[in-house]
Design a protein around this ligand. Structure first.
Ligand SMILES: [Zn+2]
Length: 264
């Protein structure tokens, strides 16, 4: 007798939240409402099926015992590695939402065959163009000056919260050029000594964050007054409210703090 294949692990999303089955409740998706979109994918040898539910369907699942948790909070609670399938599933669903029609001729896109040359893509049967998940690169900067780092209060942040200077890469730009431009535009300063640290996928909706360390070179930090409302140079003992765990900004600030305390 042939063993039945293991069913994929279901990941249910709505908006930027994950829906978790309630304790003792029946399977989240058995006999439940229909998902607007779904996508199968593999991660570290395991197979997953990600579902995206509309608000009404998500409310029905919640009424049936499911609980709803923002993916950003799940990142903080699960840790980076555990959360990777969530990031991938959400990124794929967010892309599928906008990958219905060909951007060139308007034809209805179809999934490329998984065994073909372009697995994971969506193909236009009318003109043959193939589209892949959109990924928007962005740079995030830990800028140091003496024993302090530059923290920025973005106008969209909750009151009192500070993060790091960050911005999207423009067409034709290198990551290093983005870093220099963002420091100039958002803070009015010149930086140097750029050192790449690492990256983090951030599917809200489709960013890939490249983290750099940089040193202040010249200029007085002045907020641009549009995106950035306030700037501060902070030592390890002067940190205001910073972004929650799970974000790369928080990890970089935590590392600076640990390093500064280790040196003291
Ligand atoms: Zn087309």
């Amino acid at each position: 007798m042939e063993a039945a294949p293991t069913p994929p692990t279901a990941l249910a999303f709505s908006g930027q939240d994950i829906l978790l089955p309630g304790a003792g409740a029946p399977g989240l998706l058995e006999g439940g409402p229909a998902a607007a979109l779904s996508r199968d994918f593999a991660w570290e040898g395991r197979s997953y099926r990600a579902f995206l539910f509309g608000e009404a369907e998500a409310a029905a699942l919640e009424a049936g015992g499911a609980s709803r948790l923002p993916v950003r909070q799940a990142l903080a609670e699960l840790g980076q590695e555990e959360a990777r399938p969530l990031l991938r599933g959400l990124a794929l669903l967010r892309w599928l939402e906008t990958a219905r029609h060909c951007g060139a001729c308007g034809g209805l896109l179809e999934d490329c065959p998984p065994e073909g040359e372009e697995p994971g893509g969506r193909r236009c049967p009318a003109c043959g163009r193939v589209f892949f998940p959109r990924i928007s690169p962005a740079v995030i900067l830990l800028i140091t000056k003496g024993g302090k780092i530059l923290l920025a209060h973005n106008a969209r942040f909750p009151a009192g919260r500070f993060g790091l200077i960050a911005g999207f890469v423009e067409a034709g730009e290198t990551l290093e050029e983005t870093a220099i431009r963002e420091a100039r535009e958002e803070a009015g300063i010149e930086i140097g000594g750029l050192r790449y640290l690492r990256s983090q996928p951030w599917p809200f909706p489709d960013s890939l964050m490249f983290a750099f360390r940089a040193e202040w070179r010249s200029g007085e930090a002045r907020p641009d007054g549009r995106e950035i409302a306030e700037l501060r140079w902070c030592g390890p003992d002067e940190l205001p409210t910073i972004p929650p765990s799970g974000s790369i900004a928080r990890a970089l600030i935590d590392e600076f703090e640990a390093e500064a305390r280790g040196r003291a």
